[in-house]
Design a protein around this ligand. Structure first.
Ligand code: ATP
Length: 284
């Protein structure tokens, strides 16, 4: 299938997830969520350990099949049209795997060949320079530090100019300069029209970087919307709260059960229905 399937989301939708459910051996990890990411947005995907964040990212990328639901990248179904979907996608997991016996440059050459990137000669040095990897260009991956390996994975992910960028804990292992470079690079990609999802427990960085927020709690969506609307949803008492405090309010107690099985949205768009349990309560 070459043509994108008809999308019900915003025309500039980069990622559209409808009724995504994932069960492992009968245990529900993600209970039927909708998620939208538009061009230019940086979406913070947050939630406690085991909330279903990595499961969601891996399903969007086609690494694991959904139990139910529809996942589109730039209008292409990851299940039915995986090549066109993956062409527009980059995913950097929290423990990126490199090829131990390839050098930094050879990683970029490999990715350029896999994604048919024509201008590696120009893009490669620019990326290496941006992430201060130029002195390591001929170093084997197995001889790189953890932070450097993370940067190589990011360079490989950015090389084919993806429209959808999924990053699982992208700042882990980076030094302060690396964190600043990474944040700048993410902002530039979004300004250039990419949509970015960042899954992270570093809430201060999510707050600093993200335009939108998606909070998962025990496989259920407890908030999605622009960052400032999370405060609005929690009411006047949330004015001025940090994202960390908002996070605690949204993820304490049981998430509301609306259905969880048939793919309908579970909870709440801002201003839509009652606040979740814990809204208005004190953060621990
Ligand atoms: P963390 O913040 O700890 O990384 P997460 O939000 O990314 O957590 P997931 O890794 O998506 O959470 O896991 C969601 C649930 O699915 C957890 O209960 C986890 O134990 C379960 N799970 C994840 N992968 C598998 C698997 N391969 N087999 C069985 N259960 C799994």
């Amino acid at each position: 299938m070459d043509e994108p399937v008809e999308s019900t989301a915003h025309p500039k939708s980069v990622i559209e997830v409808r009724g995504f459910q994932k069960s492992y051996d009968g245990t529900v990890a993600v209970a039927g969520i909708d998620l939208d990411l538009a061009a230019g947005q940086i979406l913070g995907l947050v939630g406690p350990n085991g909330a279903g964040k990595t499961t969601t990212l891996r399903a969007i990328c086609g690494i694991i099949p959904p139990t139910r639901g529809r996942l589109l990248v730039a209008g292409h179904s990851i299940a039915d049209d995986p090549v066109n979907a993956k062409r527009r996608l980059a995913y950097v997991p929290d423990d990126p795997r490199l090829f131990d016996t390839l050098t930094v440059c050879e990683h970029l050459e490999f990715m350029a060949s896999a994604y048919n990137v024509p201008d590696l000669a120009m893009l490669g040095p620019t990326l290496l320079d941006q992430f201060e990897l130029t002195p390591k260009r001929d170093t084997l991956a197995q001889e790189l530090s953890r932070g450097m390996r993370q940067k190589v994975a990011i360079c490989c992910a950015f090389l084919h100019d993806p429209l959808a960028i999924l990053l699982d804990e992208p700042l882990t292992g980076l030094d302060p300069r690396g964190i600043r470079e990474m944040k700048d690079a993410i902002r530039r990609r979004a300004e250039a029209g990419a949509g970015v999802i960042i899954s992270s427990h570093l809430l201060s960085i999510v707050e600093d970087l993200c335009t939108h927020l998606f909070v998962l709690h025990r496989g259920r969506r407890v908030f999605t919307g622009p960052m400032h609307e999370a405060r609005a949803m929690l009411g006047e008492s949330a004015a001025g709260l940090s994202l960390e405090e908002i996070f605690f309010r949204l993820t304490e107690g049981e998430p509301p059960v609306v259905d969880g099985a048939d793919g309908a949205p579970l909870v709440t768009e801002p201003g839509d229905g009652p606040p979740p349990p814990g809204a208005g309560a004190r953060a621990p």
